[in-house]
Design a protein around this ligand. Structure first.
Ligand SMILES: Cc1cc2nc3c(=O)[nH]c(=O)nc-3n(C[C@H](O)[C@H](O)[C@H](O)COP(=O)(O)OP(=O)(O)OC[C@H]3O[C@@H](n4cnc5c(N)ncnc54)[C@H](O)[C@@H]3O)c2cc1C
Length: 431
């Protein structure tokens, strides 16, 4: 390495994106440093979290052999709709998901991020905790390092992986100021329950887990709730669109409290002790609002690149971060070989990323974020279906109408037809 540089590659952020990049680079013998503002990787990180096994297996082969890597494998997925005093749930029990590499696993981020970071350190990467990067170092129009307080650290290439709402992406001139409507606020609480209670309450065998996505009962704010089971805790949370939250002049903790008091939720959390609360923002602009992914001397990965998919059934960011981080690492190895650190060299990252499932999924679901802003999705649809179920199942001693006629009559009476037509059309175009 030339004396001008301290490292070949400097990575900002030790989340899944930054560590995936560091692990890939260190395994190839590249001098890599990761700067992390938290006390340790994962100390500042908030996620549900459920992540997809095959992506992790690609980065850390046979990850499941290390019991620090995950909590439970997911065999059950539920999708629930809530109205004020009712709920309807679709329950998918998927036994085929119980074999490694597992379709999905739950993780606790401080544990998971730390475990992944240890793998990167074992491979030779240096991780500098308690180091907040505040700015970039420029040499003419080229980024050549990062600044933390008075300190400067020079590197041939910088990977920005600092998560949502990245100031460094703005400073690198890769994105204009983002709008609140492209962000959601995610709140998460962790509840303690013994593994025996978790297995009894959620009908699970040992090591099996459940994830449940929940729509409705959010005061009409686009978003939704979730819970995931860990070994001895349950992660429970709510994600709300920031723009609508502000416009409705509502306080997020109040909406969360009311959501938790719904009977569907409260009985799940009965007698469970809350041990942690955290909140974080989530980029929800999707494909159309991603920043430029590369510049002179920089690559951008994970949430900093807006790589989160919210398509109703899935809220995914960790596997996109792992995948984009890994590809940023692989591209950086090639860029270092070519010695071309300006845009003509770094554009290789975008070319490589375009071939990945991450980029392709974001493109496929590029209209989903706009579709999920439709208020009927969070109000009319849950109301309609839950009330319809009650109607169909109620026995009040009177002769019943045919099921189909009851359903059609209810839908025609209760539905804003034009609004629902637009919703259906949106679903066909977006999902
Ligand atoms: C409530 C909630 C629930 C979620 N649930 C899921 C889920 O179940 N499944 C899923 O796939 N995704 C989920 N997500 C999204 C997921 O958390 C993110 O997509 C993922 O963490 C992105 O990884 P990342 O590495 O890009 O960023 P992050 O995980 O945010 O990591 C960025 C790192 O950079 C550090 N950092 C930031 N700024 C600086 C700086 N200037 N200098 C140094 N260090 C810095 C941070 O401390 C952090 O460690 C959820 C998000 C929230 C908020």
């Amino acid at each position: 390495m030339s004396e001008e540089y301290d490292f070949d590659v400097a990575i900002v952020g030790a989340g899944p994106a930054g560590i995936a990049a560091a692990l890939t680079l260190a395994r190839a013998g590249i001098e890599t440093v990761v700067l992390e503002r938290g006390q340790y990787p994962g100390s500042k990180n908030v996620s549900g979290a459920a992540l997809y096994g095959p992506v992790l297996h690609e980065l850390v082969p046979n990850y499941w052999e290390d019991d620090k890597s995950f909590e439970r494998y997911l065999t059950t997925k539920k999708i629930s709709l809530l109205s004020e005093s009712r709920s309807v749930t679709i329950d998918a029990d998927l036994r085929n998901f119980s074999q490694p590499p597992y379709n999905g696993v739950t993780v606790i981020r401080p544990k998971f991020d730390r475990w992944l970071a240890e793998k990167a350190e074992e491979a030779g990467a240096m991780i500098l905790p308690d180091t907040m990067v505040e700015d970039l170092v420029w040499k003419e129009k080229q980024v050549v390092g990062v600044k933390s307080g008075e300190e400067e650290l020079k590197a041939k290439l910088i990977i920005i992986a600092e998560g949502a709402n990245s100031l460094l992406v703005e400073k690198a001139n890769l994105m204009k100021k983002p709008k609140p409507k492209h962000y959601a606020l995610g709140m998460k609480e962790t509840y303690e329950l013994s593994s025996k209670k978790i297995e009894e309450r959620f009908h699970l065998s040992e090591n099996e887990g459940i994830s449940n996505e929940i729509l409705g009962h959010t005061k009409g704010i686009p978003g939704g709730g979730f819970y995931y089971t860990n070994k001895e805790t349950v992660s429970f949370g709510l994600i709300l669109n920031m723009d609508v939250l502000t416009k409705k002049k509502l306080e997020a903790p109040d909406v969360f409290e009311e959501f938790k008091n719904h009977s569907y939720i409260s009985k799940l959390l009965k007698d469970a002790k809350m041990v942690e609360y955290s909140a974080h923002i989530i980029p929800e602009g999707g494909f159309k609002h991603m920043p430029k992914l590369y510049g002179n001397g920089v690559l951008v990965a994970g949430d900093a690149a807006g790589m989160v998919l919210n398509a109703g059934l899935y809220i995914e960011g960790i596997n996109f971060a792992l995948e984009s981080g890994r590809i940023a690492g692989e591209s950086a190895i090639e860029i270092l070989k070519s010695n071309k650190f300006n845009k003509s060299g770094t554009k290789l990252y975008k070319k490589n990323l375009k071939k990945s499932f991450a980029y392709k999924d974001l493109k496929t679901f590029r209209r989903a974020s706009h579709f999920l802003e439709n208020k009927h999705m969070f109000t009319t649809v849950p109301d309609l279906l839950t009330v319809l179920m009650e109607k169909l199942l109620r026995n009040d001693g009177k002769p019943r109408k045919r099921i189909v006629m009851t359903a059609i009559g209810h839908i025609l009476r209760k539905t804003p037809l034009w609004g629902m037509f637009k919703l259906l059309l949106g679903a066909v175009r977006s999902l």
